[in-house]
Ligand binder design. Sequence first.
Ligand code: ARG
Length: 463
Amino acid sequence: MTLWAGRLEGGPAEALWAFTASLDVDRRMAADDVAGSRAHVRGLARGGLLSPADEAALLAALDTVAAELAAGSFVFAATDEDVHTAVERRVTELAGPVGGRLHTGRSRNDQVATDLRLWAKRELTGVGRRALALQEVLLQRAAAALEDGTYVPGYTHLQRAQPVLLAHHLLAHGWALARDVDRLVDTRRRLDVSPLGAGALAGSSLPLDPVGTAADLGFAGAFDNSLDAVSDRDFVAEALFDLALLGVHLSRIGEEVVLWSSAEFGFLRLDDAWATGSSMLPQKKNPDVAELARGKAGRLIGHLTGILVTLKGLPLAYNRDLQEDKEPLFDAVDQVNLALAALAGLLATATFDAVRMAAAADAPESAAAAVDLAEWLVAAGMPFRDAHHVVAGLVRDAGAGRGTLAELVAAHPDLGPEAVPLLEPGAAVRRRTTAGGAGPAPVAAQLAHFGDRLTLDRGRLGG
Ligand code: ARG
């Protein structure tokens, strides 16, 4: 039985029901719906709209509903249009006619907005904690790599540019995730407003208590405008942006894992538990986790685009279009959580091949010290543009087989034998000394700073 059957003759058409019912999706908010209903009941009682006995009967029925949901024994009915209908139906079965008082002064419009904000507040916190867990893996791997002095070619245009400490490279991904956590916390703060009491769109003639129910539910405050309260889904769009960008960051990590685990790079070996095989090629060991981390970004970006298009052009206030908010949000949270956990496991167990990394960084064709040679000339007074030209010529000559770079440097009048140690393996990394740079001293400082940031964020996420 729908909540709105009174106005219409006969039952709903089958295809209408199939198209409009949302229970399969919104049942995930059942516990939040019960929480919102409890607060609403207490608010009605404070306003004298429920006798103490009626209040107690409704709260007891809601307790039973909560217990049934937690135990998995709650039975949804084929006639439950959505989770709100299901909870109200069950409360009425349990409590009798007083169940008919539960929806006093309330609409599913303020109810669903309340439920979804409660859900998002909790679940975005959960995503943030999983992001932190991945950051902790990056921190640990970076700390160990710093200790070992492991370095790797740094790239621009995917061409070897300057060597960097592996720790520096890992922490670069860590800082991107730190911004993601910051955004999630920020979105959580902005969505922390209760819409309960807005009614269908205009508030009520009855003595509701929106401020009291907001506090009861743990919201930071209540709505200022009932039209805005029931139609605002900015928080869904924001959350989907946060998750899409987080997904883009995971995609970039995934891409590097794919590259680095290839025979061509050979910088990283996956643990067997975090690799997949091929159904046909017996020898294959594939990085499917990393590929899916990369691939999921597509649907996350799609979800963000979808909600923005749904919201665009909607007249105030509630429109059924808004029902399209939940599926993308739920899916985005699920997919990001899965990707975060899988990448954390993959990165915690992968083996970095420091020898291969160093060999690539120190290979003659990498000319890792080229800018150091130019900076040597600058330190001796030469304008940088001239120094750049000199070194470029030496690299060109070495590439053409007119001697090794070391021989050419030793023979050059402005460089000479004292400049040759710049070409020693790893020297170019050790010489990166500026704050935030890729060498041992700044990376040690960065590592400590990153650890402090994780401690701070753990506090903000209450984990
Ligand atoms: N399932 C609906 C949604 O998600 C609940 C609100 C329905 N409100 C209404 N006036 N039909 O938006």
